[in-house]
Design a binder for this molecule. Structure first.
Ligand SMILES: NC(=O)c1ccc[n+]([C@@H]2O[C@H](COP(=O)([O-])OP(=O)(O)OC[C@H]3O[C@@H](n4cnc5c(N)ncnc54)[C@H](O)[C@@H]3O)[C@@H](O)[C@H]2O)c1
Length: 332
């Protein structure tokens, strides 16, 4: 099959390379309006390129949108309008109201659209999800998720990032409710500026903690931050009545145990999210091609993006007011 990629910047070029390495993909077709960019990436990857989005859509069995976030609603509408199964990078839209209309439009089209929340494709997290659904964890008591960057992003990016909840914790605000499989009824969030004053100047925080209360009574504790001197760290731990399981805990986890037999941080600790989620990104492309071929269900549908965005909005409100937020009060 031929797969198109719109936008070959940082993440688009990485996805295009992975797609080109898959047996089921005969050709990768690239489009980027920045003069010379698609041609340059195509040369490097042995891919083809086109000059317009219409050509990309006409020539592709499935299309991946890795363009700046503000372009997602329009491009996604054009892709489903052309009947082309699509993988859109997260977030599919910036605001809840805009996203709600987009989700309705995508669902009305009947065209499969996956959202690029890569944790949903990470082998260990997928297995954790399977075991929870199979009842092997029993009643979930507690979930802990931590996501810490090694180094802060470019400070120039902060004003447009949407803040730590929409930018960084959004991934676990998506993954944790997906794992638990219940609605969140209440949110409490707190944050501090401890890494750099630039976060305060951008009306943001660089370390944050979130408590989610689920409808059935389970709680999740999410922690996230912009600096970890030992490397990039993402883990999820689930404690239930039958088992206690972790994803992201291995010799590459940047965490030094002080126990005699505990882990030591080695030179192969994950430097960033690309390395930590390498297998997830590859699996994401595999599952996307399987959905395009009509052989797999969509594990990351657009409607779920509304859940995580509403939770991020609630976290921001809670962090600013210092009070818990009932999810009944957050706009749909
Ligand atoms: N899931 C993840 O882990 C993850 C990681 C990074 C970025 N992202 C998301 O991916 C998206 C892209 O981020 P990035 O860091 O790769 O950005 P980037 O700026 O590096 O690349 C974007 C590319 O899209 C091109 N572009 C702009 N308008 C376009 C259009 N109308 N049609 C086609 N191409 C267009 C630009 O010329 C550029 O080459 C963002 O929405 C971001 O939130 C997701």
């Amino acid at each position: 099959m031929r797969i198109g990629v719109a936008g070959v910047g940082r993440i688009g070029a990485m996805h295009a390379r992975t797609l080109g390495s898959l047996d089921q993909v005969d050709q990768v077709l690239l489009y980027d309006p920045l003069p010379g960019r698609a041609a340059a990436v195509a040369r490097e990857l042995g891919a083809a390129h086109v000059d317009t989005l219409d050509e990309l859509l006409a020539g592709s069995a499935g299309v991946l949108l890795a363009t700046p976030t503000d372009t997602h609603p329009e491009l996604l509408r054009r892709a489903v309008g052309a009947g082309v199964p699509t993988l859109c990078e997260k977030p599919i839209a910036r605001e809840v109201a805009e996203m709600a209309v987009l989700v309705a439009d995508v669902e009305a089209s009947g065209v499969p659209v996956l959202v690029g929340f890569q944790r949903r494709f990470d082998p260990a997290i997928v297995e954790l999800h399977r075991r929870i659904r199979a009842g092997e964890v029993g009643t979930i008591y507690q979930v802990r998720a931590t996501g810490n960057d090694a180094e802060p992003p470019d400070f120039g990016y902060l004003p447009s990032s949407g803040g730590i909840f929409r930018d960084l914790l959004i991934h676990d605000l998506d993954a944790v409710p997906w794992l638990v499989g219940e609605p969140v009824v209440q949110v409490f969030a707190s944050g501090s500026v401890l890494v750099d004053q630039a976060f305060a100047d951008a009306d943001d925080v660089d370390n944050a903690v979130v408590v989610l209360r689920f409808a059935g009574g389970a709680h999740a504790l999410l922690t996230g931050g912009r600096h970890n001197p030992l490397g990039y760290d993402h883990r999820v731990e689930v404690l239930g009545s039958r088992d206690s399981l972790a994803a992201g805990l291995d010799p590459r986890t940047p965490l030094t145990s002080l126990e005699p037999d505990g882990s030591r941080v080695g030179p192969d600790a994950h430097p960033g999210f690309v390395e930590r989620f390498r297998a997830a990104y590859r699996n994401e492309m595999v599952v996307f091609t399987e959905v395009v071929a009509g052989r797999a269900d969509n594990p990351s549908p657009v409607r779920d993006s509304l859940v995580s965005l509403r939770l991020a909005v609630a976290c921001d409100q809670s962090r600013r007011t210092g009070a818990p937020v009932s999810m009944l009060e957050v706009a749909r």
